[in-house]
Design a protein around this ligand. Structure first.
Ligand SMILES: Cc1ncc(COP(=O)(O)O)c(C=O)c1O
Length: 384
């Protein structure tokens, strides 16, 4: 279980044992694939192939890219090739690399509002001017986007199109097509962070943005963090030959020889031995149960003035609180009831969304999810 060890503090998961913190968006320790990784490492190291201990290839291990391409072809339901994939140190580093390649300090980028709060920090590191475009129930609001395109020339639009963090909304197919058309017309890239694309529980989501690579405007990002384990720090960019060539020019890749080469060898074994498909199925069953449990507990314990939709995939519930209740202040009351969450304001680049909160169901088992929902209800009743 998580502890408050000063040597182990992280931004993502600081929590004392008696707290139920729905703010943590990562899998619980008990479901991480330790046995699969042990067997995969043993398999890889028994192949007597020292190349995984040398520098790797700029684009990432070709064998892993090949097996990942096959896995994605089946998972996405569209053809994916090894040549389209570049291996990265997770989605976060993929996005950082894209900022390095495609932006200069002061450039404008568009993000959704709300958007994944930790990525906002990454964009600020690059001194980008962040312009927020609100979401509605169909994803990013295209009318407002078109208005903003009259005022700005963004380098790219960052979207989390599927089971969005934090809202769990899916961008409709129609809007995906419209976005691609707008990106061609106004010459901006679409950086589609699709880390939840394969974590669907009840519906098939719209096609990945990988379906639109021919436009030469799309960079689709994926990660093993959500389908295997975040600690591997392994993800990918999928893009067209022109954009790939541009990313590959970087000195960092030439000098470093690709990212995370040794781990790539182990993950190659995970996929080739069929364990990635098996583990993802297992994970989806667990998360789908957790989602149902938290949904039922929230329905049962929260007042009807709290508004939310049941997610169909991903990790998150996005709750709209009754008028006049501020998420950050509620978090203070909630702390005394030993329950936590992410206040909505964190997901706004403009300091808005103060009456929303985000809950993740990934980090706790069913007992804690039920208990956490009751504590949250008590904190809400006690809000002043
Ligand atoms: C939308 C989104 N992008 C990126 C990340 C981070 O991914 P990675 O661990 O691959 O860097 C997360 C993790 O919570 C996320 O929700």
């Amino acid at each position: 279980m998580a502890t408050l060890d000063p040597l182990q503090e992280t931004t993502q998961a600081n929590v004392s044992a008696d707290m139920i913190n729905f703010g943590i968006g990562q899998p619980s320790f008990d479901i991480l694939p330790t046995e699969i990784m042990r067997k995969a490492a043993e398999h890889r190291l028994s192949q007597h192939d020292p190349s995984y201990l040398n520098y790797g290839f700029e684009q990432g291990d070709g064998r892993l890219r090949d097996s990942l391409a096959q896995f994605l072809t089946s998972g996405y339901g569209l053809p994916v090739s090894a040549a389209q994939l570049l291996l990265t140190v997770g989605a976060s580093q993929a996005i950082d690399l894209i900022c390095n390649n495609f932006t200069q300090p002061g450039d404008v980028i568009f993000v959704e509002e709300p958007t994944f709060f930790l990525i906002l920090g990454l964009f600020r590191d690059h001194d980008l001017e962040i312009v927020s475009i609100p979401l509605d129930e169909g994803g990013i609001n295209i009318d407002i986007l078109e208005e903003k395109l009259k005022q700005h020339r963004p380098k790219f639009l960052y979207t989390i199109p599927t089971f969005q963090n934090p809202t769990s909304i899916n961008l409709s197919t129609e809007r995906r097509q419209k976005l691609v058309a707008l990106s061609q017309q106004h010459d901006f890239y679409i950086v589609a962070d699709e880390v939840y694309q394969l974590l669907n529980y009840t519906v098939e989501p719209p096609s990945s943005f990988a379906a639109y690579l021919d436009s030469d405007q799309v960079l689709s990002i994926g990660s093993f963090s959500k389908i295997l384990a975040p600690g591997l720090r392994l993800g990918w960019i999928q893009t067209s030959p022109t954009l790939m060539a541009r990313i590959l020019q970087k000195g960092l890749l030439a000098s470093g020889g690709g990212f995370n080469h040794f781990t790539s060898g182990i993950v190659r074994s995970v996929i080739e031995l069929g364990w990635q498909v098996e583990y993802l199925d297992h994970l989806k069953q667990i998360f789908s149960k957790r989602l149902e449990t938290l949904n039922a507990a929230l329905q049962q314990h929260l007042p009807s003035t709290v508004d939310f939709n049941k997610p169909e995939g991903g990790y998150f519930f996005w709750l709209q609180l009754p008028d006049g209740i501020d998420g950050k202040r509620l978090a203070e009351t909630a702390a005394s009831y030993k329950v936590g969450f992410q206040p909505g304001e964190n997901f706004s680049n403009r300091g808005e969304l103060s009456n929303y909160i985000r809950l993740s169901f990934a980090f706790y088992g069913e007992h804690d999810l039920k208990e956490g929902a009751q504590r949250l209800a008590r904190a809400l009743a006690d809000y002043k």
